[in-house]
Design a binder for this molecule. Structure first.
Ligand SMILES: CC(C)(COP(=O)(O)OP(=O)(O)OC[C@H]1O[C@@H](n2cnc3c(N)ncnc32)[C@H](O)[C@@H]1OP(=O)(O)O)[C@@H](O)C(=O)NCCC(=O)NCCS
Length: 217
């Protein structure tokens, strides 16, 4: 039986349901960055601004409930997203924002911003009760289709070296590990693998077909 979901742009009113899903995408990285990550994520998502604002997200909705989230970014968005994030931080944690910016710069060496030809997928999370029902695959497929339509050469993402289940899912969809980076500072942050899906090769058409089939479940 088809497990029906709808993908749509996120809204401010999704914040309560979406923030825990954003958090589950990388709790150790987000706790390192923000300290009180779940509270900040809800605030930032609702505000709409910056890298964690709803304007960057697509949600998967099932029977009126948000069951999955994914964020998309391009190199052109980087400045606007960073400025929006600092705005949210200054409002949420005032002087604490400076510590977050310092930790964010360290994290950006582990997870550098995308190059111009790349659409970057991040903060993918699906509700525990619907995992394994292709919601994640369909969110990823939506990003790949958008990248293809907008003429990007690649889709890229970072996955923690400890997250083998998610890495296998990405590999099944055609992503390959491009490089791996280790965490070089204090704090409980896992190393990251940068994975890329090449959309320029001739194989792109069959690959998109395969993605379409894998999301039909
Ligand atoms: C990874 C995640 C987004 C996949 O979403 P999903 O809707 O369960 O994925 P799909 O149903 O499309 O695909 C299932 C695949 O995901 C993988 N997977 C990862 N974690 C899983 C889980 N807890 N339950 C079921 N499948 C999981 C499995 O390898 C499975 O592959 P298989 O079908 O070959 O066995 C989801 O499990 C999740 O939110 N995990 C926690 C957050 C996370 O790790 N995010 C990724 C950060 S890079």
């Amino acid at each position: 039986m088809t497990f029906s979901i709808v993908l749509r742009p996120a809204r401010s009113s999704d914040a309560a349901a979406a923030a825990p899903l954003v958090y589950c995408s990388g709790p150790r990285e987000l706790d390192y960055l923000f300290g009180k990550a779940p509270e900040f994520l809800r605030f930032a998502f609702e505000s709409g601004r910056g890298a964690f604002g709803h304007a960057c997200f697509t949600v998967a909705e099932r029977e009126g409930r948000v069951v999955g989230v994914v964020a998309v970014a391009s190199a052109q968005d980087t400045l606007r997203r960073d400025v929006g994030l600092v705005w949210s931080l200054l409002r949420f944690c005032k002087l604490g924002a400076f510590g977050v910016v310092t930790r964010g710069l360290r994290l950006s060496r582990l997870m550098p911003p995308p190059s111009k030809e790349t659409l970057f997928l991040s903060l993918l999370g699906v509700s525990e009760d619907v995992r394994g029902r292709s919601v994640g695959t369909r969110l990823i497929r939506g990003v790949v289709e958008r990248a293809h339509a907008e003429g990007y050469a690649k889709v890229a993402l970072d996955v923690a070296v400890t997250n083998d289940d998610a890495r296998r899912l990405y590999e099944r969809l055609g992503f390959r590990v491009a490089r791996q980076r280790a965490w070089a500072h204090r704090g409980n942050v896992p190393g990251q693998r940068r994975m890329e899906l090449d959309l320029t090769v001739k194989a792109a058409a069959p690959l998109l077909e395969r993605l379409a089939r894998s999301g039909e479940a």
